[in-house]
Design a protein around this ligand. Structure first.
Ligand code: GLA
Length: 429
């Protein structure tokens, strides 16, 4: 857990000034995987683990950003729209998704910060409503983001399918907007963060992760319509627990596969739209329409689309089951989701399959599935509150026996979305 008081103290020690604190959560998706870039439905909860930013404005247009996790400081000049790339400390594991080489400057944690700063700066996202930056603005400035010193710390595991990147983008975007006196509603912030991920990290992600990082609510799951951004919060009953099981296999190099899945879905829509012009996205297609068009698309594309079409129905059914307190039904839908992601969408991996299979054998588990983009990361299970401790113990023991990997297993509550953290409520540094 991050101690906000200690974070503020570390900021003072590093930058010699008083910071403001902000935080945004990671997420675990209960059901609705790879539906969000198909205009479909998702049902995530915000984690009680967050990315924190301590920050203070500067009088120039530089962003000086230190990552506690990576022990690195990176400086950007917003007037030049790119990184100066000054890395002061260790450059070993660059984290994020995949690896970095000198030829490929992407896949560095700072891409997300640079991306959200640049997109925010270029977008007409609300005018400064305070005169704060009038005296620092140069004639050739077009942007609206002030320079800032920032210190980042996070307890969202990286590369685990829990959306550490969206937590980073959203926390930094919120901090920069606040320090720059920008009015920015949370949907715009989510869109800004998504665009940053597309353009600066190279993943053509959907909007789920950024929306739940913005809109998370305590003790509730978010039923999100990714076409309209309509939100409905469903209480998570105290009779159940959400158990997160990290396989400890990182989803390295998943961005290429992710983009390939998205391209397959788009190819399916193009084939469907030839006969049914009302189909703009897989969200609009029925299984009957898809099967009727089977001959018009490669078998692989048909399988990908079948996952998405069926997964959308499962989310609607799961939301109804959660609202009705029918946890057995909810669990069965989670199990079916996993099978579909494994067999039709092909984004699981042996360790995720093992974890989900073990979970399903345990007393008190209603259902289990991989969560997030796939190719590693975490499984999620819905568990009877009374059995949570034994489930955690047993799944860890059996998974380690089966794979030789020691998993990280914990219960998460649903937490709140992005926000400023009042410093006076933080324990003294
Ligand atoms: C990643 C993306 C999301 C979503 C999931 C799969 O987390 O960032 O937009 O597509 O994968 O459901």
């Amino acid at each position: 857990m991050i101690d906000p008081g200690a974070l503020a103290g570390a900021f003072r020690a590093r930058f010699g000034r008083e910071p403001r604190l902000y935080r945004a959560p990671g997420r675990v998706n209960l059901i609705g995987e790879h539906t969000d870039y198909n205009d479909g439905f998702v049902l995530p909860i915000a984690l009680d683990r967050c990315t924190w930013v301590a920050a203070a404005p500067r009088t120039d247009r530089a962003l000086v950003v230190h990552s506690h996790e990576y022990g690195e400081t990176v400086a950007f000049d917003l007037n030049h729209g790119g990184p100066e790339g000054r890395h002061y400390a260790r450059r070993g594991d660059h984290g994020g998704r995949g690896t970095q080489s000198p030829q490929c400057p992407q896949r560095h944690w700072s891409d997300y910060v640079r991306g959200v700063a640049t997109v925010l700066d270029q977008t007409d996202v609300g005018r400064p409503f305070q005169g704060r930056r009038g005296d620092v603005r140069r004639d050739d400035d077009v942007g609206c983001v002030n320079g800032a010193d920032m210190l980042i710390a996070s307890d969202v595991p990286i590369g685990a399918g829990l959306s550490s990147s969206a937590a980073l983008e959203v926390a930094c975007g919120y901090a920069m907007a606040d320090l720059s006196g920008l009015t920015l509603d949370l949907d715009r912030l989510a869109r800004t963060a998504q665009r940053a991920e597309h353009e600066f990290a190279g993943t053509r992600c959907g909007i789920m992760d950024q929306m739940i990082a913005c809109h998370g609510r305590k003790d509730a799951a978010l039923l999100l319509d990714t076409r309209t951004l309509g939100c409905r919060w469903l209480p998570v009953s105290p009779a159940v627990r959400v158990v997160v099981c990290n396989t400890m296999v990182r989803h390295e190099l998943a961005a290429g596969e992710y983009n390939a899945r998205r391209a397959d879905c788009e190819a399916g829509v193009a084939a469907l739209a030839r006969t049914a012009t009302s189909i703009r996205a897989l969200r609009d297609a029925t299984l009957e329409q898809l099967d009727a068009a089977r001959g018009d698309m490669p078998a692989r594309v048909h399988r990908r689309c079948r996952h998405v079409v069926c997964e959308n129905r499962r989310v609607e059914q799961a939301a109804a089951a959660l609202a009705a307190g029918d946890f057995h039904r909810f669990g069965a839908l989670m199990d079916a989701s996993h099978a579909s992601l494994r067999d039709d969408f092909e984004v699981s991996c042996p360790e995720l399959d093992t974890m989900a299979a073990i979970l399903r054998t345990l007393d008190g588990v209603y259902g289990a599935r991989m969560t997030g983009g796939g190719f590693g990361g975490c499984a999620v299970a819905l568990v009877d509150a009374a059995r949570e401790a034994s489930v955690r113990r047993e799944v860890a023991r059996r998974y380690q026996a089966a794979t030789g990997l020691e998993p990280d297993v914990w219960v998460t509550t649903a937490g709140g979305g992005v926000g400023a953290w009042p410093l006076h409520s933080a324990p003294a540094a």
